[in-house]
Design a protein around this ligand. Sequence first.
Ligand code: FAD
Ligand code: DHB
Length: 390
Amino acid sequence: MKTRVGIVGAGPAGLLLSHLLHLEGIDSVVIESRSRQEIEATIRAGVLEHGTVELLRKTGIGARMDREGFVHEGVYLRFAGTTHRIDFKALTGRSIMVYAQHEVIKDLVAARLEAGGMLLFEVKDAAVYDLDTAQPTIRFHQRGKVEELQCDFIAGCDGFHGITRPSIPSRMRHEFTRVYPFGWFGILVEAPPSTDELIYAHHERGFALVSTRSPQIQRLYLQCDPNDELKNWPDSRIWDELHARLETREGWKLAEGRIFQKGVIAMRSYVVEPMRYGRLFLAGDAAHIVPPTGAKGLNLAAADVRVLSKALTSFYKSGNEQALKDYSATALRRVWRAEHFSWWMTSMLHRFHDETPFHHRLQLAELDYVVTSRAKAQTLADNYVGLPLE
Ligand code: FAD
Ligand code: DHB
């Protein structure tokens, strides 16, 4: 098999890249180790930045998002028993969309298949070769047969545990990591919304977040031990913690309901530099991870592939390699901004085990500053709704 761009991974990065290239007349093949059912059912992120929303709309895949997603014009920060609103619309003129990642995946898969795109699911043992030549190759197994895909370029969109990043010689990889001493316990609940906009809560017992999926289904998270197991969290303990951490002096009530999904999410910051080796280009979680507090992971993946698709388009339309040469530096500027924002939100809102009362007071002072200083609120709002795309 031959294609122009071989894409490893059908997450948001890989599927969106394939879609954007298709709109420019550039063919690609996406290979994915999981089944279509599995990728369309994996519960992950939920917040789309203004620029991601615009990108999906402009490229013809925003219709269902506009029907079923929720436009939010702000978020609440809750600490010391009171709630404060950060008004995105007033501060930035922009808003965000709450629309689940697996719904974006469904929309992208449908669009690619409808356009006759090649998506190969349930491939095994993918490996990439000849990355520093003009014809890099992907080999994999499908239905017991060895397949070879010859490409002009390979996009490594296979997430944090994928095979493309480790295929770059280690001497060419500079890695930056921070692992946090906590995780998130995430649940899906059958209940009506308890709030009209997301609540990020700082509390002595740990962080909590109230998000939504639909008028009937709510998404909630609470800070937990990173090695915690589901069996340690019977429903009664989850509700006790959520009530305690979200309690206010304003008479707010959390609506309970049947919990039908539970999971523990690890928290880390990670960046590899550069995001390119020869004709392999990394995008999304394959190149970087942020802790989820800033809701940036999916949005960064979209921003990377927008830069990459423009660079590939420029190469195929005019033979100009400059944008491909600049890809890593261009993408990394946004990546490090998001790394900083995600680290800042995480540090300000979570309870650290080794924290002293002094540190705890500093967190409260910072939160108080965010909700009283327009400049500080603007910083949060600008970063949360997302900086303009390149
Ligand atoms: P992925 O979505 O990871 O997609 C990579 C794809 O590659 C997968 O489908 C995988 O099966 C496939 N793949 C891997 N290896 C191979 C291989 N060898 N061969 C073929 N295919 C392969 N972000 C937030 O902002 N908020 C959240 O609440 C949030 N929750 C998360 C919860 C979890 C459990 C995880 C893991 C991430 C979460 N994130 C969250 C981050 C966000 O979901 C990611 O940043 C986003 O999915 C990145 O997209 P991606 O396409 O780069 O990678
Ligand atoms: C959601 C996830 C996040 O990481 C976040 O910061 C806000 C909302 C969500 O899943 O809805």
